[in-house]
Ligand binder design. Structure first.
Ligand code: C2O
Ligand code: CU
Length: 463
């Protein structure tokens, strides 16, 4: 079965969660508190029982945290779950001790305990937070939220909107299917759900005014699902990917593709007429196109006659530029394993028996232990060639750094966008480069959480 707009009346409108604190300018750190605890949420609308979830501050997604570039965040994370947890600040370039990875960064926060995170936001952009313990279940039950770092001089738009995209596997009681870590999910495409939500509810109408310019921040917090949004007649311009500015451009192929953990900032001029309705579809998976939501223009007169005449390019962040010369360290990471795979390391069998289905350079995470997958001297440029020998796609995420996407299958990528998560298609080879300027043991893993749980993870040691 599948929960969709056809089965359910639209629940709460797709409105963003309110910021935790009013906007005030002050010199000290920006203080927040998040507590992870069981809660109930109306994911599928009022005709159905509420879904028992795990939530930050009782909300799914958690509160949208907002701060300005250069400010310091200080956040107390409380744990009212019956298992340890942490918070990882996805995409934020911060010190290793604040990265939220058990063993590499901190001791997990025990039930009843708390931990204070503090870091300066060096980059403006769209980021997000989630646990890094028992991720498939903790994130799959609802623990995630947006972290927005505003530019000091933002681009001019009429309205800013965040869409946190999620995908839930629900039973027909509207409760979460609790088979987390099922071998089928681990060894295939991850935990793909049957219910897509935007900001914690099945999306209904998204109300707009003709002529308005919207900055739309998309964040994919799903365990596994990739989205490919087609905005029909509208012409979204992509202005940032994974929080990092990119030269504004239309989505390649006409669809905004956003894999698990990725973000995209769009600028959209609502070019339709009053009263018009435009259906946004998601057509990523073959033969599974569905109506994602409807953009509904109100009846009011257009805000303006021609699109707003203001630049949409965002100012660059201070990310160090890789030096692609002979001094760069070149590494190769081969992705292997998974169901129906021909490419398997020789001794794969003993790991598969332990539920470790995925391999980076021949070993699953548990086989390598604390040995790094890549070790690089601090300050050096590292070029990594990712070779996907599996029959599955993998959104590969590097902690603590943003990297440039250099090429796909040997074809140079002229746009050279900065990412922290790159989607590597089956049998594809992708080249990335970054300056290893942030000391620590950083995770490099597939963000299909079931793949990470089943071995597709390693350490990049910067020392
Ligand atoms: Cu969202 Cu290890 O990451
Ligand atoms: Cu994967």
């Amino acid at each position: 079965m599948s929960f969709s707009r056809r089965n359910f009346l639209a629940g709460a409108a797709a409105a963003g969660a309110a910021p935790l604190l009013p906007r005030v300018s002050h010199a000290g750190p920006r203080a927040f508190a998040l507590t992870a605890a069981p809660a109930a949420a109306s994911l599928v609308g009022s005709d159905w029982p509420e879904t028992r979830v795990w939530a930050y501050n009782g909300a799914v997604p958690g509160p949208e945290l907002r701060m300005q570039q250069g400010e310091t965040l200080r956040l107390t994370a409380g744990n009212r779950l019956d298992q340890p947890t942490t918070i990882h600040w996805h995409g934020v370039r911060l010190p290793i001790a604040m990265d939220g990875v058990p063993e590499l960064s901190q001791d997990p926060i025990p039930p009843g305990g708390d931990f204070t995170y503090e870091f300066r936001a060096v980059d403006a952009g769209t980021f997000w937070y989630h646990p890094h313990v028992n991720s498939t279940e903790q994130q799959g039950r609802g623990l995630s939220g947006a972290l927005i770092v505003e530019e000091t001089a933002p681009i001019k738009v009429d309205r800013e909107v965040t869409w946190v995209l999620d995908d839930w596997l629900l039973r027909d009681t509207a409760q979460i299917d609790d088979r987390f870590g099922h071998p089928m999910q681990l060894s295939h495409g991850g935990r793909l759900g049957n219910t897509v939500t935007v900001n914690g509810a099945i999306p209904g109408d998204f109300a707009v005014r003709a002529g308005e310019r919207i900055r739309l921040r998309l964040i994919n917090v799903a365990n596994a699902r990739t989205f490919a949004l087609d905005f029909a007649g509208l012409k979204p311009q992509i202005v940032a990917l994974d929080g990092q500015p990119v030269r504004p451009h239309g989505p390649p192929g006409g669809r905004v593709v956003i894999a698990a953990a990725q973000r995209a900032d769009l600028v959209i001029d609502m070019a339709g007429s009053p009263g018009e309705r435009v259906i946004v579809t998601d057509s990523y998976y073959q033969r599974q196109t569905y109506e994602f939501l409807t953009i509904a223009y109100d009846g009011g007169a257009p805000l303006r006659d021609s699109p707003l005449d203001a630049p949409i390019a965002l100012p660059a962040n201070p990310v160090p530029e890789p030096a692609l010369d002979d001094a760069a360290q070149r590494e190769r990471v081969t992705l292997q394993g998974g169901a129906m795979s021909r490419a398997m390391p020789a001794d794969a069998g003993r790991f598969i028996e332990q539920g470790q289905f995925w391999f980076l350079n021949g070993l699953p995470d548990k086989g390598r232990g604390r040995e790094p997958l890549i070790a690089v001297k601090r300050g050096r440029t590292c070029v990594v060639t990712l070779v996907n020998e599996t029959g599955w796609e993998h959104p590969m995420h590097l902690h603590g750094h943003s990297f440039r996407l250099l090429s796909r299958n040997g074809r140079p990528n002229m746009r050279g966008e900065w990412l922290d998560t790159v989607l590597v298609s089956p049998q594809e080879t992708v080249e990335i480069a970054f300056v290893a300027d942030n000391p620590g043991d950083w995770l490099f893993h597939c963000h299909i959480l079931e793949h990470m749980a089943a071995g597709m993870s390693g350490i990049v040691r910067v020392a």
